[in-house]
Design a protein around this ligand. Structure first.
Ligand code: GRF
Length: 202
């Protein structure tokens, strides 16, 4: 019993945290959820860098929280500069959180299996934009969000976590957006914690 407890404690002490960068474009509510979760001692990742393609509310929040925050507003050299920042900060995993530009296949290839994204639909349904409006227009009975690994094909990588809700009569797309966002804030930290735990083992 005592030995078991000591071993569990030793394992915890040995647990290395995975270094994560979060990429954003706008308000950054998922970033906030990830930062909050990362405060827990037993969370498997640290958020060491936030990168945005423009100044945004998410940047303001990250800076105020004391996280290193970079705005790369150079569309042509964005990925080169991003790669330099990620490498210079020894980042191991990248979380896209409302990040709008589409990353090129060559960038995704270099960071293969090291980029996660949160998408507001039950993938593989409703890839792409305007998912809440399309869920209503197509008469879906349920909706939700997915955390997936980013691959060269948009919104197609392996799904790591999903959360679903029932669409109610009279729901507007704004109602759906608000309810799905709450679920996003729950599953993104969960998925990151699980995935980063595996990376930290290597
Ligand atoms: C979220 O709905 C996310 O699923 C989508 O973009 C939105 C970003 O919101 N990819 P926020 O910036 O995290 O508040």
């Amino acid at each position: 019993m005592v030995r078991g407890l000591m071993e569990a404690r030793a394992t915890k002490l040995r647990m290395r945290k995975c270094r994560v960068a979060v990429l954003i474009s706008g308000r950054g509510s998922n970033l906030r959820a990830l930062l909050k979760a990362a405060q827990a001692d037993d969370f498997s990742a640290t958020i060491d860098l936030v990168v945005s393609e423009r100044d945004s509310d998410g940047c303001v929040f990250a800076r105020d929280a004391g996280i290193e925050t970079r705005v790369i507003d150079d569309k042509i050299n964005f990925e080169t500069k991003l790669h330099e920042w990620l490498s210079s900060r020894s980042i191991e995993l990248v979380c896209l959180a409302g990040f709008m530009p589409i990353l090129s296949p060559s960038f995704v290839g270099v960071w293969r299996a090291r980029i996660l994204n949160i998408h507001p639909s039950l993938l593989p349904k409703l890839r792409g934009l305007d998912t809440h409006k399309r869920a209503l227009a197509e008469g879906h009975k349920e909706h939700g969000c997915s955390v997936h690994i980013v691959t060269e094909k948009i919104d197609e990588g392996e799904v790591l976590e999903q959360a679903r809700l029932t669409i109610k009569a009279g729901d507007s797309h704004e109602d759906l957006a608000a309810r799905v966002l709450k679920l996003e804030h729950k599953i993104y930290p969960q998925a990151l914690d699980k995935y980063a735990r595996k990376i930290a083992l290597y």
